[in-house]
Design a protein around this ligand. Sequence first.
Ligand code: AMP
Ligand code: GLY
Length: 424
Amino acid sequence: MNILVLGSGGREHTFTWKIAQSKLTDNLFVAPGNAGTARIATNVAVAPDDFEAVKKLVIEKQIDMVVVGPEDPLVKGIYDYFRDEEELKEVMVIGPSKTGAILEGSKEYAKEFMSRHNIPTAAYQSFTADSLEAGYAFLETLKAPYVLKADGLAAGKGVLIIDDLNIAKQELKKMLVDAKFGDASAKVVIEEILSGIELSVFVLTDGSDYMILPTAKDYKRIGEGDTGLNTGGMGAISPVPFADSDFMRKVEERIVKPTVEGFAKDNIDYKGFVFIGLIKVAGEPYVIEYNVRMGDPETEVVIPRVKNDMVDLFLAVANGTLNQKTLETDPRTATTVMAVSGGYPEAYEKGKEIVGLDKVTDSIVFHAGTSQDGDKVVTSGGRVIAFTSFGDNYRSALKTSYSSLNKVCFDGIYYRKDLGFDLE
Ligand code: AMP
Ligand code: GLY
């Protein structure tokens, strides 16, 4: 089969690495990819949300399957675009239809979906500029801190958690009236605060059956001890030690099953990954959010622990035969540590030469923000390289990841040294 992976980050390098190992793969392309994917597949300079250009590429390279990495093309309807185009109809797309992708594209839609299907989540109401006063009144009924969420996609910045009621009211006004997050905050979801520990559960579904992939925990803040600005993710650990079998049984019964059944009941065509952001509150799982793709850097620990042939699983997803497959997982723990550009997630420089990659032997190096510049590999993004390692527990795996990272250098390199600190 000829396969095209869309995207350019660590998640996509991991998919490419896994797909390249399949005996079902003939030719493998990545659009646009990075310096890591270029070593194991063919990069093509096409943007994943330029559907016309993707179409041209798919026809030219006779692609049989498209694996969609990021949410953007999904929310813009790439799945539906393929189904509607005569020449693309037969091409398999791993990723949900637009009506499924709205679960990530609109917080309100996701909350309505959960409430319709009795899936445990924080109590909420949503507001627009016209109902600002009602929003103030709702805030007054809640306990601090206050959770305000821009309804639409806001590059991971649209959620505010505020201790003071008056500031929460001011921020609500800024979001609704002053378009703090542009169109994304024309509607705001206000939620009850939940306190507990977060983790992510990943599900692969063909729309009627599902497979629960290994759990993972990521570290989103830039600073040690989970302080400072939010990032895309500074590292991840799989499995999550506190997601024991009793907890996972609750997750499956109360969340995964009703979610997949909800797709069928709501006529949502969903063939892809569901990333369920959970919080464990006094032993009970609640959904914080849905994403309609794999997480990054969670993919860098979840996919290496999957022993199945990934293309075989994707074929089952596309053909609706996932019930015939059994997940095989590596029992070891996998960790990944992300090396980032100095200054990230604020302004940072690009084009710094990365040296030492060939010295890494004990970890898998997944490129995130890199590009090839002649015979040099240079930085081209905030998150640059993820170092994935295995171990008998997260401490030993992390030790290997850190020792590999220390063999690699670029000007301004930064990483968190305290991953797993909250699991002690
Ligand atoms: P979201 O984009 O919905 O995942 O929210 C971003 C982050 O805000 C989450 O990862 C949580 O850390 C936090 N968060 C969101 N909603 C809540 C809530 N209801 N209670 C506590 N924390 C929350
Ligand atoms: N690591 C979080 C995400 O992919 O959204």
